[in-house]
Design a protein around this ligand. Sequence first.
Ligand SMILES: Nc1ncnc2c1ncn2[C@@H]1O[C@H](COP(=O)(O)OP(=O)(O)O)[C@@H](O)[C@H]1O
Ligand SMILES: [Mg+2]
Length: 332
Amino acid sequence: MSGPLAPTPSGPAPVLLARGVGKVYQSRGAAGGPRVANHDLHLRLDAGEVVALLGPNGAGKTTFLRQVAGQLLPTSGSIVVAGVDIVAEPLEAKRFLSVIPQECQPMQELTVEEQIRGFARLKGVPAASLDATVEEILRDVGLVAERGQIVRELSGGFKRRVLIAVAMASATPRLMLLDEPTTGLDPEARRQVWSVIRGLRRRGLGILLTTHYIEEAEILADRVVIISGGRFTVSGTVEEIRNRLPYRGRLIVLRADRLTAAGAEAVRALETRWRVTLREPSTIWFEVPDPFDRDTVGELARLASLGVQASLRPVSLEDAYLTVVGTPEALV
Ligand SMILES: Nc1ncnc2c1ncn2[C@@H]1O[C@H](COP(=O)(O)OP(=O)(O)O)[C@@H](O)[C@H]1O
Ligand SMILES: [Mg+2]
């Protein structure tokens, strides 16, 4: 094995090594023919690392996760989980996997503890270590106080935790796959799920999650992989991805449809200087080379003196995402 995906000679084997993974569906293509769902995907994920696969609906996130989970055969490439090829030895590889599918619900009529215990037994946790495993999971996922409650009576955020707990219910979890773990949750419940995921990372699990929330990727992930049209288009830490943008900040003009003549003239003058990346009736975004330099900050003051409401901010992951994936409409 060689190249950037090869493990370093002294380092431990990655929990996931995907190379050249692709999927062609034989049905429902745009022209009725085969549809390429993803293509030539490479990913290495190490223990204790959280990687977020960020992309809009239909980008191919679930397809890739199902390939890694051994639920969908790749048409090309190879996927190795904790050193075991998922296609060649699916049962062996699945011992290391904890999977939470998109839009999945826990069983409603059991208690939290019954459910975790039942799944742990199913997944082959030996009777002698069952109690200890269940206790550890309840603690890790923050469900100790809720252990006796019927799942149906829990809030959405706690139900999501039960799903994580159930996925953890195995003797040898190494890689956790979470497909849109916080979609549909309120902000408070999302934060709770994030803190559970962070706790699992501290325990040394490798975590691959998908999301279409830029903020989630930014907050949670050690590394972000942007997926668009079935391809990994950009990957790196949030900082690395931001640094790839050819500009360092944005100037945003608000209420652009209510400018005085002098204000409109000043905004038009900016357009000869800086590139416009978004133009809506009331909002205009400019790319600026440096949002903190004196000249740019001075421009903001001059605009204010002409009654133009504007703000400056450094580039974010969102800017990089929009550059790769398209306009803000792609986000909704
Ligand atoms: N079973 C299938 N047969 C044909 N096409 C599919 C199937 N499942 C998904 N697709 C297509 O593959 C593409 C990627 O879908 P998916 O992986 O679900 O994206 P995401 O999870 O990012 O929303 C979409 O164009 C989707 O319509
Ligand atoms: Mg999906």
